[in-house]
Design a protein around this ligand. Structure first.
Ligand SMILES: [Fe+2]
Length: 386
């Protein structure tokens, strides 16, 4: 996602002999996307990376299933009501809304992963609402803290270690197509343009770990919504070095550089990531519109191709009332949406906002799961009536 990096020892040319200190030949693994046409990394393993024993089906997190068809309404889910201190991250995800492109969920893990996980169905994007820890993979150890996005490319074996004593409360977005930096932010050389809302330096990459023979060897792979157990003959962390452009990254939401105009700018200026069928946007504290006659509150809008999802990080949001940190709202295409009664007028003259939220605009209709329905605020749709 962030261009080529090099860690550890790699040979001068790919696909040539590379040996360890004992003279033993290392095993190259080409980790590729879009077949052999997309971004890739090349890793050098001490052992053959494909020595895995299949142990049958196993358990994983809940797969999204739709509840019975419901009316076309604005919805609000109080995700803080979902139980805390759950199982490991691999098991703790609770899907809330989904379509063929994304699965949006919340997880509140309580213990470390006891095995590695490969999501072969999706790129995973997490937003760490609360809690810290690290993500361990053959690419190294990536620390995370509240407010971080953590991007895990599909196929990367990884496990989470949680900081002791922290409450963990994460938003998860499974991107079943691909998750990328918006193309418009990149120049022809693949660099982030100088007017992109972040720079390469804002993305944190894993700290490389030396090979660890004692690492866990159990692996769960999700493919086609089934979980498969494997036992690796050797530790997945047997990597001597790698280079390439595919690896997990972290990005702190407060490093997003917001755009402000004389008058209200559309939410697309907050676009942070692009997924197949969705964009992910970051609303962060910022000055508000500065035209003397500006109405800083978002105008009501009918975004006729878009189902909008907002996850509220802070308790305040310029256009909405009655939401709290951890609220998840869903405003479907087909009906206009806009500010709560009074918010439009109250915004006149305001100079700044401390709102913080993650938004998804999805191009296909989203369906809700039973996890969402059990936390639903049933008064939400009518709360927009004056
Ligand atoms: Fe909207």
């Amino acid at each position: 996602m962030q261009g080529r990096i090099v860690r550890g020892r790699v040979p001068r040319k790919p696909h040539t002999r590379h040996r360890d200190a004992n003279g033993d030949l290392l095993y190259e693994e080409c980790f590729t996307r879009q077949g052999f046409d997309g971004a890739y990394s090349v890793l050098y393993h001490r052992y053959r990376p494909h020595e895995q024993i299949h142990r049958g089906f196993t358990e994983g997190f809940a797969i999204a299933e739709a509840v019975a068809e419901r009316g076309l309404c604005r919805r609000h889910y109080k995700t803080w009501e979902l139980p805390a201190n759950g199982p490991s991250p691999l098991l703790a995800r609770q899907p809330l809304l989904f379509n063929d492109d994304v699965v949006v969920g919340v997880l509140k893990p309580g213990v470390d992963d006891d095995r590695f996980f490969v999501n072969a169905d999706a790129d995973d994007l997490y937003f760490m609402h609360r809690g810290s820890g690290k993500l361990v993979s053959p690419f190294g150890s990536l620390k995370f803290a509240p407010g971080d996005y953590v991007c895990v490319p599909r196929g990367v074996a990884h496990r989470f270690e949680l900081a002791p004593g922290d409450e963990q409360y994460w938003l998860s977005i499974e991107c079943l197509g691909s998750l990328e930096i918006p193309r418009g932010y990149l120049n022809a050389a693949g660099q982030l343009k100088l007017d992109a809302p972040y720079s390469h330096r804002d993305f944190r990459v894993p700290e490389f770990l030396p090979p660890d023979e004692d690492e866990l060897r159990l692996l769960t792979v999700k493919r086609n919504n089934r979980f498969h157990a494997f036992e690796c003959a050797h530790s997945p962390l047997d990597v001597i070095g790698y280079d390439g452009a595919v690896y997990p990254v972290a990005f702190q939401i407060r490093d997003f550089e917001p755009r402000v105009g004389q008058v209200h700018l559309p939410p697309s200026v907050h676009t942070t990531f692009q997924a197949t069928g969705a964009v992910i946007c970051s609303f962060v504290p910022r000055p508000l519109d500065f035209h003397p006659e500006a109405v800083p509150c978002p105008y009501p809008h009918s975004s006729v191709h878009i189902d909008e999802v907002l996850f509220y990080v802070s308790d305040s949001f310029e256009s909405r009332k009655g939401i709290g940190a951890g609220s998840l709202s869903h405003h479907p295409a087909g009906i206009p949406h806009g500010p709560h009664p009074g918010a439009y007028e109250a915004s006149v003259g305001k100079r700044s906002t401390d709102e913080m939220a993650v938004m998804l605009d999805c191009s296909s209709p989203l369906q809700a799961t039973s996890f969402a329905v059990q936390t639903e605020d049933l008064a939400y749709h009518s709360s927009f009536m004056a």
